[in-house]
Design a binder for this molecule. Structure first.
Ligand SMILES: Nc1nc2c(ncn2[C@@H]2O[C@H](COP(=O)(O)OP(=O)(O)O)[C@@H](O)[C@H]2O)c(=O)[nH]1
Ligand SMILES: [Mg+2]
Length: 370
């Protein structure tokens, strides 16, 4: 039942409910994040609280309970579903006598494990440095800080502590390199614009089915998996549709609630494909109980990166799992607002193609219907 993995952490998950609603759905998401990071979840704890404690985040009674639960379940790390300050993290590590990982570090760790392209790796390192530089507090030495494990991949912490200046220099180098990549991307986008190619970008919550839909539409074989942040890198492919302008479709990193700001900032170049798109296909897992919160979380990130003005077509994906029939929804001006489909079975995908042809008709088609 409880196999011990050769590598990977045994984790106790802790979630405090501050009355934000849907604690069960949130706990499921934390569990998925932890296992996507390679951890084995040995136990979970939840509690209600009116507000965080400045020093320990949870109350001292709760922290004692967490310590007992950790011993009981044999966990070697405790993961909090919240952003912890550097001081809170240090105090918790002292009290719990183990490594404590917060939600931000957990997400950063998954990104560090998944980054494939040079650009992705640069962006993740930049985000990790930005995050670490805000939490260089004294007193980490009470624990042996071995390399590897959630929150410790990437730049080593002792090295960082010893020289803040080094971080600053490294950050500048990374930013310069990323700027080069961003310029290359911009040149390519400009060429596409000159050639009157339409840019369509897939956006959506992590695990909504973006890569599956990308493959279905373009015949590509991009990695799609039931993991959070399975794919980080942006891929572009031509999307030939009869009667429509030339279209290039991009698949990119998914979003999540409370996506760390450092990550959003670092991934600006990647996310630029969405900002500069002619239309966004906002892919939604319509079978997910937290669907509406996920839509709101994606819109919040789009807003933060400046893509909130780009027109959207909502794609209600996984309609097979939600027992919905595929089809098209129009607004009061008869414009297509949403498409219900299944990227997995292909049902409703022709409706999405038709929706794109309707939005981007080829000039001769435009003239014929004028
Ligand atoms: N039932 C069902 N599962 C789907 C559908 N589309 C994607 N999935 C599954 O959802 C998971 C996440 O898919 P993926 O394309 O990697 O999501 P991404 O993170 O948005 O790129 C995978 O296990 C897919 O097989 C669908 O239409 N129906
Ligand atoms: Mg994907």
């Amino acid at each position: 039942m409880f196999e011990r993995p050769d590598r990977g952490d045994r984790a106790l998950l802790v979630q405090l409910d501050f009355g934000e609603g849907e604690p069960a759905t949130r706990l499921d998401e934390l569990r998925a994040l932890a296992s996507s990071a390679g951890a084995t979840v040995t136990g979970t704890m939840t509690a209600r609280r009116s507000r965080p404690d400045a020093a320990l985040f949870a109350g001292s009674g709760k922290v004692a309970e967490i310590a007992a639960r950790r011993a009981e379940t044999g966990a070697d790390i405790v993961i909090f579903d919240h952003a912890l300050s550097g001081v809170q993290q240090r105090n918790l590590e002292q009290a719990l006598e183990c490594r404590v990982v917060d939600r931000v570090s957990l997400i950063l760790d998954i990104f560090a494990q998944r980054a494939q392209s040079a650009e992705g790796k640069l962006q993740v390192e930049l985000a990790q440095l930005a995050h670490l530089s805000t939490r260089l507090v004294r007193g980490w030495t009470h624990l042996e800080r071995q390399k590897g494990g959630i929150g410790l991949r990437g730049p080593g912490e002792t090295q960082l502590e010893s020289d803040r200046r080094l971080i600053g220099e490294r950050v500048k180098l990374l930013k310069d390199r990323l700027q080069l990549v961003a310029r290359q991307r911009e040149t390519q986008r400009r060429a596409r614009r000159r050639a009157e190619v339409r840019n369509v970008a897939l956006v959506g919550y992590t695990n909504a089915g973006k890569s599956t839909l990308f493959n279905r539409l373009t015949g590509a074989s991009r990695y799609a998996a039931n993991q959070l942040f399975a794919t980080l890198d942006t891929t572009l492919r031509r999307l030939p549709i009869a009667g429509a302008d030339a279209i290039v479709l991009s698949d990119t990193v998914g979003f999540i609630r409370d996506l760390p700001h450092d990550l959003i900032a670092a991934f600006r170049a990647t996310l630029k494909e969405a900002v500069d798109a002619d239309v966004l296909l906002h892919v939604v897992d319509t079978a997910h109980p937290g669907r509406d919160d996920q839509i709101a979380a994606v819109d919040a990130v789009l807003n933060e990166i400046g893509a909130d003005q780009v027109p959207q077509i909502l794609v209600h994906n996984k309609c097979d799992a939600a027992d919905q029939s595929p089809g098209v929804e129009r607004d009061e001006y008869a414009k297509i607002r949403a498409v219900r489909l299944s990227a997995l079975t292909g049902a409703g995908v022709p409706d999405l193609r038709a929706a794109l042809a309707e939005r981007f008709p080829r000039p001769e088609v435009r003239a014929a219907t004028a």
